[in-house]
Design a protein around this ligand. Structure first.
Ligand SMILES: Nc1ncnc2c1ncn2[C@@H]1O[C@H](COP(=O)(O)OP(=O)(O)OP(=O)(O)O)[C@@H](O)[C@H]1O
Length: 275
């Protein structure tokens, strides 16, 4: 019951454009799922079915057993937090602190609870030094963490991160990885849309590949990235490490740096009988 379920979910925009066709998907609490696929495949439309911004034209979407058709976006937002691809579409307050507190105050939470949630969200995103700044004055990469902090403070069981690594350097990506570990410990579900296949392979245990309005594969990263027909149809790129392993003639389906390092160091170990 504690899951997100899409059942034959089709979404047609008002201009009759079919963006999602008969999606079937079940995502349990505590899972880390990446949705990948070519531009226009229907990924954002699909996550908007999950956060209730889109209601399926045909079929159903259930959040913890509740049909989104019977719920308002506000009601669903207690379950599903959505971090926009572009932080500028999300921020509107005069300071970072106000931005994080806004919904918590709207929900009329007790002040100690607001303080606790803000402190936690700020610590997890490392944005302590920016709390008094106007969100639009904060550097883009940090602004993305501000919008993540806003959603973390809502403490929803499901979080959707749309292109979280866009504009991030290695430090930002490492911060995201640590955050995902903390959320997993708390049994939160994280769904990401990403074009960053290294990030997907390194941080997600399940990959849903979309192409042309449909889900074409749903599997562990290794099986997705080494399935040439899925890679071609969804126009994704195997992580560079996989390509490199293939180029140097390693036959195993490698997708992680450690695997390649191990493989190379094993094959280049000096012979012990050489004097
Ligand atoms: N409001 C809208 N009205 C009509 N068509 C739309 C609307 N929003 C998106 N579309 C179309 O629906 C299709 C799916 O769009 P969607 O944004 O879900 O794809 P995506 O996989 O998220 O793409 P990207 O990786 O570029 O973000 C595209 O053809 C897009 O042009």
């Amino acid at each position: 019951m504690k899951s997100i379920v899409l059942k034959d979910a089709t979404f047609i925009y008002p201009n009759d454009h079919i963006a999602n066709e008969e999606l079937n998907l079940k995502i349990n609490r505590g899972e880390r799922v990446a949705i990948v696929g070519q531009n226009g495949a229907g990924k954002t439309t699909a996550v908007k079915l999950i956060n209730g911004l889109n209601k399926p034209t045909h079929g159903d979407v259930f959040i913890d057993g509740k049909n989104t058709k019977d719920k308002t976006v506000a009601q669903i937002s207690a379950y599903v937090g959505y971090v926009f691809q572009n932080p500028d579409d999300q921020v509107f307050n005069n300071s970072v602190e106000d931005e994080i507190e806004y919904t918590l105050r709207y929900l009329k939470l007790p002040s100690e609870e607001i303080e606790r949630r803000v402190k936690r969200a700020v610590e997890l995103t490392g944005i302590e030094d920016f709390l008094d700044m106007k969100p639009f004055d904060v550097p883009f990469a940090i602004r993305k963490f501000v919008t993540i902090a806003v959603i973390l403070a809502l403490e929803t069981p499901y979080l959707i991160l749309d292109e979280p690594t866009a504009g991030q350097d290695l430090k930002g990506i490492n911060k995201l990885s640590k955050l995902l570990d903390v959320l997993e410990e708390e049994e939160k579900t994280v769904i990401t849309i990403s074009h960053d296949m290294e990030f997907v392979a390194d941080n997600f245990t399940r990959v849903v590949a979309m192409a042309n309005k449909k889900i074409i594969a749903d599997d562990i990263p290794r099986n997705i990235f080494w399935n040439e027909s899925v890679v071609a149809a969804s126009k994704i790129k195997k992580p560079e490490i996989g390509e490199l392993a293939k180029e140097v003639g390693i036959e195993e389906k490698i997708i992680y740096r450690d695997e390649l390092v191990n493989k190379i160091s094993c094959s280049s170990k000096p012979h012990t009988n050489i004097k």
